[in-house]
Design a binder for this molecule. Structure first.
Ligand SMILES: Cc1ncc(COP(=O)(O)O)c(C=O)c1O
Length: 391
């Protein structure tokens, strides 16, 4: 279904990938901007009235960011680098929500000077730091409190962020101390929001539902004391399928997620905010890589490609699965491990998969790598970073 005349295509308009490798030099991330638009529109419609702040960390490619900006998205950022990238791509400071547990004094001062729309605060010392800095700069910081509701969303432990032993957000028991701090900095801080983000790749919503209920209570308690409180940011985290193409089931999960969100939060009559990353861009991207060797051992057949874990770390870091498809499909197949050139045994993309019988020089695409792909890439082993192309 992703093939036309046995050639792999990407996105709703089925754009062929083979022409992209005509002058191949090194692995290429390709992003289909029509897919980005389609996903953005689907999510906006489902989450009626919610302001979507795209999680820049998932894919900071300028073409992707400009596309999302043109569709009306804001940007969710976690560093000054991401703020700068968002501004370069046309977002205004008023389009930006700034999260992250380790914001430095320098970063916060820059954010305050720029007039960033909302700073999502992750600890009491950070709140105090903002109060002091904003006073010095004669600014009024607009902050949301990121609360940690201590719920499990059944995802990989490395991408769970809403449990009490995670470093993210603040426990509800901190609220009295936060209120005291906010009152002592009432000249330099406005409390404008409550925020949460429970983690990523969420495909089941009971923990999320519980988290919304818990934080809604906190929101109402805080609102009684802070009339400036008018925003509820319910984070990102909606998951996708990596092991199969089932856009219909993904659509129904989106509807379920939206229903739970709106049922819980609509009556707050506040600005609802989301910070989606993966759901918007994962399917829009593929990593194209060239087969270098077919290596047979007594135990296995290895397809060795020129992309490595340094280009796409998700399989080695999170034991994530990505489908691997040849750019040109052939009839015969073999069972192989697809691995990269990096000097680590964790440098693999797939194990024991059935793959079209590729040969040296053929190309394969590692699918659904538009989120947390290039943005997590490194030059380990002094390999060059991959190229990026938007189509
Ligand atoms: C604060 C915050 N918001 C949003 C996101 C986006 O999550 P996802 O890509 O799963 O939608 C993340 C990702 O880790 C995050 O840390």
């Amino acid at each position: 279904m992703e093939y036309i005349n046995n050639e792999l295509c990407l996105g709703p308009l089925k754009k062929p990938l083979l022409p992209l490798v005509a002058n191949y030099m090194r692995p290429i991330y390709v992003y289909d901007l029509d897919s980005v638009a389609q996903r953005y529109q689907a999510m906006s419609q489902a989450l009626k009235g919610t302001r979507l702040f795209f999680a820049v960390k998932s894919n900071p490619n300028p073409g992707v960011l400009q596309k999302l900006k043109s569709l009306g998205a804001g940007a969710d950022v976690v560093s000054l680098g991401e703020i700068k990238r968002a501004l370069e791509c046309g977002f205004s400071p008023q389009d930006i929500v700034y999260s992250g547990v380790g914001k430095t004094k320098f970063e916060l001062a820059e954010a305050l000077k720029l007039g960033i729309y909302q700073i999502n605060v992750e600890s009491l010392p950070e709140l105090e730091r903002i109060g002091v800095l904003a006073r010095e700069l004669n600014k009024k910081a607009q902050v949301a409190l990121r609360l940690n509701p201590d719920v499990d969303i059944n995802t990989h432990p490395y991408i769970a962020t809403g449990l009490k032993d995670n470093k993210f957000g603040m426990e509800r028991s901190m609220v009295p101390a936060l209120v005291k701090c906010l009152k002592s900095y009432s000249d330099s801080i406005d409390l404008v929001g409550v925020s949460l983000h429970l983690g990523s790749q969420m495909l089941e919503f009971s923990g999320y539902d519980e988290a919304l209920k818990r934080l809604k209570t906190v929101y109402l308690e805080l609102q009684a004391q802070f009339p400036t409180l008018k925003k509820f940011d319910f984070g990102g985290g909606l998951g996708i399928f990596y092991d199969r193409v089932d856009l219909q089931l993904e659509e129904s999960l989106l509807q379920k997620y939206a229903q739970i969100t709106l049922e819980n939060l609509s009556d707050l009559n506040c600005e609802l905010q989301a910070e989606p990353g993966r759901w918007l861009v994962a399917h829009c991207g593929a990593l194209i890589t060239q087969v270098q060797y077919i290596k047979e051992t007594s135990a296995k057949t290895f397809v060795i490609v020129d992309a490595g874990m340094n280009h796409l770390i998700r399989p080695s870091l999170y034991e994530a699965t990505h489908r691997i498809e040849p750019l040109k499909r052939k009839d015969a197949a073999f069972v192989v491990d697809v691995v990269g050139p990096i000097c680590e045994s964790s440098d693999f993309f797939a194990k024991e998969i059935s793959l079209t019988k590729v040969q040296e020089g053929d190309f394969v695409a590692i699918m659904d790598s538009g989120a947390y792909g290039y943005s997590m890439a490194s030059v380990y082993n002094l390999q060059e970073l991959p190229l990026e192309i938007c189509i």
